[in-house]
Design a binder for this molecule. Structure first.
Ligand code: GDP
Ligand code: MG
Length: 478
């Protein structure tokens, strides 16, 4: 942003006041989504002219332009036609032609009479800076088409103005929305989610169908808020549990603002049915899709080209990006593309709401992860974990101590035998590894007790699924 000052008022400390003006303009811009959009679309900055002028001069302007023969505090002269923060004319002819150096688009003039402001400040018990900040916000809102001629407009303008002045972060407009990570099992969706959140929110294993429900991880930086959703992989379901998992992935895809379709670099160069199904849903909803080609660390670069070509031909992707989710290679490129596609709106989540995964849930998942790692064939896929007790045994500032008791629910009596193992060796080993992982996650000393229980065919029993929170009735975006 560029502000050109013209100071005709020697008696005020212009430098200090210019800072206030700059802050007020910058703050107001952050609340006008159209400006952000123009900026990213046309790679342009903005400029505003600000003049501090005398009482007589502002009276003269007020008379000439508004037919009011009185002095006033601030006058705005917009360069373009706007209405309520939305541009009403084509600005392209006015865009700076040469792309060298910082281009800037002139938005208009603010004429300010400090003498009048000074008086008003005294009246309202404000400092001159406070009064100036408030009026510059008001003036900039006029520059982008807000006004207070009609009562409804006045309410609208005043409410936005108050939010800006108080710096209400929740009202700030920024690229913001849901991005769903979709794809078949095992391509690395959860690995990417964990990388983005800087911690383990979703367990990952070399086995398919590790993720069973929707996991939220909110990524925030200075100029966007992206809510990533990890989903169970797309597959052909064989049980009610499988159906519910697939449904939750579908619900997420249908409601997302951006779909990220993940495939693996080692895939054969054609678009298979599962991927086609995901693309079909996105196309029906007109949701933009980014293709991520993950695990690009395990193939020779040239070998990805036929895969890119095949997908490129099959669908109008907004971007195709090779990444390595384990190291974060390519992730910055992905974030940049996503930002361009998100709607500009108020943040969806506040601090402290970054994820829907609780410590209790993660403990459960870490036990399930050990089962997945330490048993074979269909045993691990028929297992659910129920946390029966999760108790803090310490009082701060004592080091944390947590007692956890959990039941491993399995599908068949023969599975129970395998899970317990000869002389209880298997369950002991699962417990040891899970305890270590949970202990690290919680930063606590953990006492873990495990039990194994058979509940035949639970994966098809509605009541069991409901009790485990894995049924398909109540799927909502987390
Ligand atoms: N070599 C390699 N392996 C990866 C990468 N991303 C994920 N993996 C591995 O792929 C397996 C499946 O990952 P996961 O995130 O559970 O897949 P999901 O089912 O799509 O959530 C795990 O063993 C990961 O460690 C990657 O970029 N490179
Ligand atoms: Mg997963």
């Amino acid at each position: 942003m560029q502000i050109i000052f013209h100071n005709k008022q020697r008696k005020y400390d212009a430098e200090r006041l210019q800072n206030t003006v700059e802050e007020a303009i910058e703050r107001t811009f952050a609340y006008i989504p159209a400006l952000e959009q123009i900026k990213s679309e046309h790679a342009t900055e903005f400029s505003v002219d600000v003049s501090f002028i005398s009482k007589n001069a502002i009276r003269e302007l007020n008379r000439a332009h508004r037919d009011i023969d009185r002095h006033t505090d601030i006058l705005s002269f917009p360069a373009f036609a706007w209405q309520d923060g939305r541009l009403q004319e084509d600005i392209r002819p006015w865009l700076p032609a040469d792309s060298e150096g910082p281009a800037s688009l002139f938005l208009g003039d603010l004429m300010i009479c400090l003498e009048v402001l000074d008086k008003q400040a005294e009246q309202y018990g404000n400092s001159l800076e406070e009064e100036l900040f408030f009026l510059v916000v008001h003036g900039v809102l006029h520059l982008v088409g807000y006004d207070h001629e009609l009562p409804a407009d006045e309410i609208n303008m005043k409410s936005l103005q108050d939010k800006i002045v108080s710096g209400d972060a929740s009202a700030r407009m920024l690229p913001c929305g849901y991005v769903v990570l979709a794809g078949r099992p095992n391509v690395g969706k959860s690995t990417l989610l964990n990388y983005l959140s800087g911690m383990t929110l979703a367990i990952t294993t070399p086995k398919p169908q590790t993720t069973r429900d929707l996991i939220r991880s909110v990524y925030t930086d200075d100029d966007c808020q992206i809510t990533f959703l990890d989903t169970p992989g797309f597959h052909k379901p064989k049980t009610s549990l499988g159906k519910a998992m697939l449904k939750s992935a579908r619900v997420a895809i249908r409601q997302a603002d951006v779909v990220v379709l993940m495939i693996e670099a080692s895939f054969k160069p054609f678009v298979a049915d599962l991927e086609k199904e995901i693309l079909k849903m996105a196309a029906e909803d007109d949701t933009p899709v980014i293709l991520l080609i993950n695990k690009s660390d395990i193939v020779v670069k040239e070998n990805i080209l036929p895969l890119i070509a095949a997908y490129n031909e099959a669908y109008p992707f907004k971007a195709i990006i090779p990444i390595t989710a384990t190291t974060g290679d390519g992730v910055e490129d992905m974030l940049k593309e996503i930002k361009k596609l998100l709607p500009i709106q108020e943040a969806l989540f506040q601090e402290g709401e970054e994820t829907n995964v609780t410590e209790r849930k993660l403990a459960e998942e870490m036990i399930r992860r050990e089962v997945l790692m330490q048993t074979q064939e269909e045993v691990p896929f028929g297992v659910a974990i129920v946390i029966d007790e999760f108790t803090e045994e310490s009082v701060p500032p004592e080091p944390r101590k947590v007692y956890i008791s959990a039941t491993i629910l399995c599908d068949k009596p023969s599975h129970k035998g395998i899970l317990v193992g000869r002389q209880g060796q298997r369950i002991k080993s699962i417990g040891t590894e899970a305890r270590a992982a949970i202990s690290e996650m919680l930063g606590a000393r953990v006492h873990l007790e495990l039990f194994v229980k058979v509940s035949q065919n639970w994966m098809n029993r509605p009541q069991d699924l409901a009790e485990l929170g894995l049924d398909s009735k109540t799927i909502e975006l987390p």
